[in-house]
Design a protein around this ligand. Structure first.
Ligand code: ATP
Ligand code: MG
Length: 295
């Protein structure tokens, strides 16, 4: 990692660990799966800007692009380099060889072509993926999996093996209904998985809260599942403008409504108010569970 280790950053990490927010305090790295039912709700834009915001606050964040259809973290960032997850597996490379360290202080691994085959890998490839991603323990504070929309079996298994899941929806009824369907399927895989809900493209915060209240009531009623509000992001034309200039909106338009909402979500995440503290397996154990449960 080329990132500079500042006093502020190490103090922040210490704080996270002391609070118990990191699952494995020795080699801890949290994993957050970002999913949605409907496509185009803003998962990738949120993942990138949330990561950029956390990175500015001293957090070491890695995004792994797991969108089989359209891997596009690199396009939103306007950066390429590093390698791809399939290249890492096929050529048995160390994860560090395919990680791209962005100028925005976050890191990412591209999905690239052939991700579909990797996600449905044989045991030889699974072993390589496990070993290589396991080497990242302790090198990052947070790994964000950016998934494609929908509920392919591989997506469900991988998402259910993360430490926590972030379901992204918009206020649109079809997106909310699909978010619930997704939530139900992942809940069946892992009932104890902490689930947070982000409402994107809102008219205002009140609308975001309202949509969350509705969705969380349905989850409580039909799944006996408690969900948590991660926040809402307003619909903001600066997001689109930033996408077109291939720069995160938190960087290009730091004062915009969307940026302020993402920065606030990052602050809440770091202060632990959206984080549930639970003892759990280490990163490597979780990966193993995901990779080998289909044998
Ligand atoms: N808060 C927002 N305000 C306005 N437009 C937004 C906002 N968030 C995302 N968008 C727009 O929505 C579109 C889809 O965003 P994005 O690619 O992040 O969605 P996604 O959920 O990752 O899509 P996919 O399901 O294809 O992976 C983009 O054109 C983006 O500019
Ligand atoms: Mg996406």
């Amino acid at each position: 990692m080329a990132h500079m280790e500042t006093d502020q950053a190490s103090a922040l990490r210490k704080k996270m660990k002391l609070r118990g927010d990191v699952q494995n305090p020795v080699n801890g790295v949290r994993t957050l799966a970002v999913v949605s039912g409907k496509g185009g709700v803003g998962k990738t834009n949120f993942a990138v800007n949330f990561a950029a915001s956390l990175a500015l606050k001293g957090c070491r964040v890695l995004i792994i692009d797991l969108d089989i259809g359209m891997a596009n973290v690199d396009i939103i960032l306007g950066e390429s380099g590093g390698g791809t997850l399939p290249e890492m597996v096929e050529n048995n490379l160390p994860a560090e060889a395919v990680i791209h360290n962005s100028r925005y202080k976050l890191s990412f691994i591209s999905g690239g072509n052939g991700l579909g085959e990797i996600m449905a890998f044989d045991s030889g490839r699974r072993n390589i993926l496990l070993k290589r991603l396991g080497e990242l323990e302790g090198k990052f504070d947070l790994i964000i999996y950016d998934f494609g929309a929908g509920a392919a079996e591989d997506t469900l298994e991988a998402a259910a093996a993360a430490d926590e899941m972030l379901v992204v929806t918009t206020p649109e009824p079809a997106a909310v209904t699909d978010a619930y369907s997704m939530l139900k399927l992942i809940h069946r895989k892992n009932e104890s998985l902490p689930v947070r809900i982000l409402v994107n493209k809102c008219r205002d915060e009140k609308q975001g809260r309202h949509i969350f209240n509705h969705l969380s009531k349905v989850c409580r009623h039909f799944l006996l599942k408690e969900t948590m509000f991660f926040g809402s992001i307003p619909k903001d034309e600066n997001v689109w403008k930033a996408v077109c200039s291939q720069t995160p909106y938190t960087v290009k338009y730091p004062g915009s409504k969307a940026s302020r909402a993402v920065n606030a979500a990052a602050d809440r995440y770091l202060s632990g108010s959206t984080v549930q503290q639970e003892a759990s397996e280490s990163f490597t154990e979780k990966l193993k569970g995901w990779l080998f449960q289909r044998n």
